[in-house]
Design a protein around this ligand. Structure first.
Ligand code: EPZ
Length: 421
């Protein structure tokens, strides 16, 4: 039985919160350290169970890791990489473990990685990763739930992604960094985490141009070297605290944020009458009770559209907004897992294919609920902050995957969240 949280409503959140390094930037960067064959120091690393799982995976391949969690510094000794097979257990813990296939292929000429299973939010295929690696000259085989890839030498190619997949863009960028010749990757993802990975790779000796646009050129190099790199702040963790301030009609200041990365979230919060101010310390998010929070429609899209990772969190806000909002999830096929639990709290939500119609109610009611995945869990925790009565939120392990000490950090802002082991 995993830990649970008891959340007791405790009024508006007020105060300062320092945003951690981005989970979705640090995971691909840790995979990319394997390309260098040397020691890499990654800084601003968030203390997350997903990061712990990635370290375990790297060590199972022969690389060493040393993680100073307090300081947020994680060193990877990738010279030790010697095994090309990743054990099944790792992909069960961490879907992003599949990101090691590109670096292992480039460094060792072969890789055997478990095919990621689906997860709560969808089937999570990796066909676009594999199509890209095959275009670079890898022989790909799928047998007994494992993907085996091998390539004497990877050769640059022109690749067009059917969908701007974040993971596929990362896999191909990493493998192409050590390929012979130029790779042109079109219709690729443009998320800030892609730019952060390209910055890491270029600092380590790769030659990547255009990251952050839908066409990236990678000129393969012969070797890369160990470097020190600090990952970008976590825009989804920041968005989570912004919604928490809006929900509790509070006033919080976020430091260590990159306001640019939060534009779609900021725009949507302003649309529903929440104030967001850019200041030189970061972002101030507050809601005075002059104007009520009103409903707005949301459609999740690849960056710079409204982030799918913020969909459940915004649904919690819309559940008690004035009016009806239509929330359409276009990125994942099954990312409304929070709906059933929000309805148990009294939310009025109807799912019609890829859209959820949310009719705002005055207040939700505290009850027992269960987290099914990382963002759904966070959304339920936020909804509980202003519900009528206590809420018991089961499945703390889901939240630990992507948020470090979310309960204590919310409590520092005035919430009352108790963790029960
Ligand atoms: C990354 O997942 C993030 N994870 C996700 O965050 C995030 O929701 C997602 O990007 C979209 O922004 C990490 O970075 C570790 P995709 P990823 O490949 O790379 C389909 C969180 O909560 N697709 O852009 O898996 C796929 O099924 C997590 O922090 C294919 O069809 O996302 C999905 O429908 C959840 N074939 C869509 O593309 C492929 O080969 C988006 O997937 C790959 C993806």
């Amino acid at each position: 039985m995993t830990d649970k949280f008891i959340i007791t409503p405790n009024g508006p959140l007020k105060g300062d919160v320092h945003i951690s390094g981005a989970k979705n930037a640090v995971l691909p960067v840790l995979a990319a350290t394997l390309l260098t064959g040397q020691d890499c120091v990654v800084q601003n690393v968030p203390d997350l169970s997903d990061v712990e799982a990635m370290c375990g995976l790297l060590e199972s391949l022969g690389a060493g890791t040393r993680w100073d969690r307090e300081a947020g510094n994680l060193t990877v000794f990738s010279s030790g990489l010697e095994r090309h097979e990743a054990a099944y257990e790792w992909v069960g813990k961490l879907r992003a473990s599949f990101l090691i296939i590109g670096p292992m292929l480039a460094r060792l000429g072969r890789a055997k990685v478990p095919l990621p299973g689906g997860c709560a939010i969808g089937s999570r295929p990796v066909d676009l990763h594999l199509k890209g690696l095959a275009a670079l000259g890898a022989d790909i085989e799928h047998a007994h739930g494992f993907i085996s890839a091998k390539a004497e030498k990877l050769t640059g190619a022109r690749i067009y992604l059917d969908f701007p997949s974040v993971g596929a863009t990362e896999s191909i960028m990493m493998a192409a960094s050590l390929a012979q010749g130029q790779t042109i990757l079109e219709n690729c993802a443009v998320e800030p985490e892609i730019v952060d990975l390209a910055n890491f790779l270029n600092a380590a000796g790769a030659d990547i141009r255009g990251a952050g646009t839908d066409t990236v050129k990678i000129n393969g190099t012969n070797g890369m070297r160990g470097i020190t790199h600090s990952v970008i702040p976590d825009r989804i963790e920041a968005g989570t605290f912004m919604v928490a301030a809006a929900l509790t009609r509070g006033d919080i200041r976020l430091t260590n944020v990159m306001a640019d990365h939060l534009k779609p979230v900021t725009a949507k919060l302003k649309e529903v009458n929440v104030n967001v101010q850019e200041t030189d310390f970061g972002l101030r998010v507050f809601h005075d009770n002059t104007l009520e929070v009103i409903a707005a429609d949301i459609k999740t899209l690849p960056y710079p559209g409204f982030p799918t990772d913020m969909q459940a969190l915004f649904m919690s806000l819309m559940a008690t907004a004035a009016g009806t909002s239509i929330i359409t999830e276009t990125v994942f096929e099954n990312r409304f897992m929070q709906v059933g639990e929000l309805k148990r709290m009294g939310a009025e939500i109807k799912i019609e294919s890829r859209s959820a119609v949310v009719e705002g109610v005055r207040k939700l009611a505290g009850t027992q609920v269960c987290a099914s995945d990382l963002r759904a869990g966070a959304a339920l925790m936020l909804a509980a902050l202003t519900a009528d009565g206590k809420t018991e939120l089961n499945g703390a392990n889901h939240i630990d995957r992507g948020y470090c000490n979310l309960d204590t950090r919310l409590n520092q802002l005035g919430a009352d969240v108790r963790r029960i082991s």
